[in-house]
Design a protein around this ligand. Structure first.
Ligand SMILES: Cc1ncc(COP(=O)(O)O)c(C=O)c1O
Length: 433
């Protein structure tokens, strides 16, 4: 018989295998100071491009005051119990009503987290005869929700409408054969890695030909897209054709929690049946109070979204002018695609952090194919022109070094001398052999 723990220690996982050298630097870095365009990383002030604080609400004075007032008045315990049992409040219901109005739906239900909410949502919506058709680059919360689905699922190639229709046809044929079940299509408003919007307009156009319901995870579009900030559906003119509109509060609202919005009867069904909320304590009141304030700012301060877009477009234009490949983004998410191995990618990021004081995230194999590097920049409304210029200059300088092979190395550099020491106890042999 295998010892489960022994197996875990032998294979630490795709990212865990690098933990000894990455901890505290690439993995689990600590950003200190107020959430802003500049923060402290390992004692140095850096320009931060890694936070989904799109509208700059995280440290907005009115938000900070609402958070503090909410915590002072209600503490973190209230309300106790699940919403259904003892954890409901007027504030929770008010937030649901205001959110529903903001995203132009009849009703809305709160979730404690986006990830957990989506997993449970897929579970509550579909039975074993239903078929789910979903985009191949869907977020982990959708993929993990599918694990709970007892019926069939068909994946379509990312944003490929020919393949989408092919999978829809397969799903329709299967349902006809089964003589029961329906189709749920799941996609995203904005794909968080590449920044391209889901093809919502094209997807809903097929509603004339096929019968299905559409669920959209608009984590990155909510508050950043559309004339009023109602998201990718509004941006593409099809908000009314989205049957279920989902977002987290973790991005433009810079908070915790999530919601699902749609027709009243369906939201009521979800409210009374979704296991992640029925069997969990309700969202703390202080968060609800803070989220009401954030939503008010989304509604009443369009200049925040305008500033976000001004910064995003300056950054994207600057990168393109300097010859960088930023792919197909049509949102504020700004990926920068480069070629290189893991060793080069890590050396380059160290250089960009340590010598140019730019903090951004990188994505490498196994998340993307070997030999590719993606730098992911998240502009916000609180970045300045100086931040953008310094970043563009740093990218140009480090790209030159990358192309000249200056970052080539046989091994991943040791990035976390100090922080990694905490892992010594796991290792049989001393580090830095
Ligand atoms: C597309 C998408 N869905 C869901 C989530 C999860 O939301 P939460 O952080 O509230 O769990 C995220 C990211 O956090 C996301 O990017």
């Amino acid at each position: 018989m295998a010892d489960i723990f022994e197996r875990l220690l032998k294979n630490a996982g795709p990212l865990g295998q690098h933990r000894e050298r990455a901890h505290g630097y690439f993995a689990f870095p600590k950003l200190e100071g107020n959430i802003a365009n500049r923060m402290i990383f390992r004692g140095k002030e850096m320009i931060i491009w890694s936070l989904n604080n799109y509208l700059g609400l995280a440290n907005h004075p009115e938000v900070r005051k609402a958070d503090a007032d909410g915590a002072k008045e209600f503490g973190l315990a209230l309300p106790m119990g699940a919403r259904m049992m003892s954890g409901n409040s007027n504030n929770h219901e008010q937030l649901e009503e205001e959110l529903a109005a903001f995203v132009m739906k009849e009703d809305c239900a709160l979730f404690n987290y986006g990830y957990q909410g989506m997993v449970s949502l897929i579970d509550v919506l579909c039975g074993r005869h239903d078929v789910i058709v979903y985009d191949g680059e869907s977020h982990a919360c959708i993929i993990d929700g599918l694990r709970l689905h007892p019926g069939h699922r068909f994946v379509f190639k990312h944003n490929d409408m020919d393949d989408f229709e092919k999978q829809l046809q397969r799903a329709s044929n299967l349902i006809e054969k089964q003589k029961s079940g329906g189709i749920l299509v799941i996609t995203e408003g904005v794909f968080g890695m590449a920044g391209d919007q889901g093809k919502l307009k094209e997807i809903v156009a097929l509603k004339d030909k096929y019968e299905f319901r559409l669920l959209v995870d608009d984590a990155h579009g909510f508050g950043t897209l559309g004339a009023t900030g109602a998201g990718a559906g509004e941006e593409q003119g099809v908000q009314d054709k989205i049957d279920l509109y989902f977002s987290t509060f973790a991005k433009s609202m810079a908070s915790i929690g999530a919601f699902i919005a749609g027709d009243k009867k369906i939201i009521d069904y979800i409210r009374y049946n979704i296991r992640s909320q029925i069997f969990a304590k309700s969202l703390p009141m202080a968060l609800v109070i803070g989220n009401l304030k954030r939503l008010e700012l989304l509604r009443t301060r369009p200049e925040l979204k305008d500033k976000l877009w001004e910064n995003a477009l300056k950054l994207q234009k600057g990168l393109k002018e300097r010859g960088f490949d930023i792919g197909k983004t049509d949102s504020v998410v700004t990926p920068v695609y480069m070629k290189g191995g893991l060793e080069e990618a890590t050396a380059m990021v160290m250089d960009i952090r340590e010598n140019y004081y730019i903090f951004c995230s990188i994505v490498v194999y196994p998340v993307i194919p070997k030999g590719n590097i993606i730098y992911r920049l998240i502009p916000t409304a609180v970045h300045t022109d100086e931040d953008i210029l310094k970043t563009l200059e740093a990218f140009s300088a480090t790209k030159k070094k990358l192309d000249a092979g200056e970052y080539q190395a046989d091994d991943i550099p040791d990035m976390a001398e100090v922080a990694a020491k905490r892992f010594d106890y796991m290792m049989d042999k001393p580090r830095n052999k």
